[in-house]
Design a protein around this ligand. Sequence first.
Ligand code: ATP
Length: 281
Amino acid sequence: MEPEFELRGLSVEYEKADQAEGAGTETVLQSIDLQIRPGQWLGVAGPNGSGKSTLGLVLAGLSGYSSGIREPGWTEGRRIGMVMQNPESQIVGETVWEDVCFGLEWLELETAERKARAAAALERVGLTAKKEEKVERLSGGQKQLLAIAGSLAAGSPMIVFDEATAMLDPVSRERVWKAAKDLTQEGTAVVWITQWMEELAGSGAMLALEKGRVIYSGTPSGFFYGKEDEDAPSEKTPCEQLGFTAPYPVRLVQELMRQGFRLSSRPLTVEEAVRAVEAIR
Ligand SMILES: Nc1ncnc2c1ncn2[C@@H]1O[C@H](COP(=O)(O)OP(=O)(O)OP(=O)(O)O)[C@@H](O)[C@H]1O
């Protein structure tokens, strides 16, 4: 299947803010290549300032770029959704209903169709009962769900989540994560930017950025465990290179491996770790 969204050699440069450093530009993203297929979940990780949000904005079509190619999914009339870290920063309507309808204003739809789409989107994220509520009275998690509903109503083929669960409690985090997971089942592509290593474990594919460059592109397993078939890995894993701590099940299994246990898989979750350990009994 052809990738629906593709970046080739994409770079973003900004004018240097600090004149003391001399005039010129700062390269924030450098030669990024990536492909995103319909229904794919792409996890994106990287330290502060590595360019994750800039990449998210470019993918969402909210920010330009200096050079490279971005095609073919960004054609006119196809709105890419974006759910930002701060739920307050993306509210456009006074009430829940107004907010979800806002993104539909630009589409040439019959009123009945617009209403049906907005109602269906609110239903999908469980906010139907809050339809008449003022947005300011929603919780942070509900505001994130509302942002998802806005993208759903507009028929976005891809939604970018930029640390969208960072300000949420565990229950709300789970709800937003689940809503995003459900979208991929229906063919919506999800770009999930996060600093939470646990959130990367379920990614179909992931990439890691450092200083604006892609330093890893592949499976979460390769990111956390490093190259395949190394009995005693001496090289740092990409996760360690970035200074991140792998999820607890990964660290547990890595310690077992160091102690000489041979595991036939490279588990990422507690459930997978339990199965892998059971298999060596
Ligand atoms: N509009 C802008 N003008 C100039 N420089 C910018 C602009 N936006 C971002 N930058 C710079 O680009 C670099 C990458 O920023 P970006 O926000 O994309 O990183 P990030 O990985 O999302 O960081 P964080 O995890 O802290 O959110 C930083 O050095 C930042 O100062």
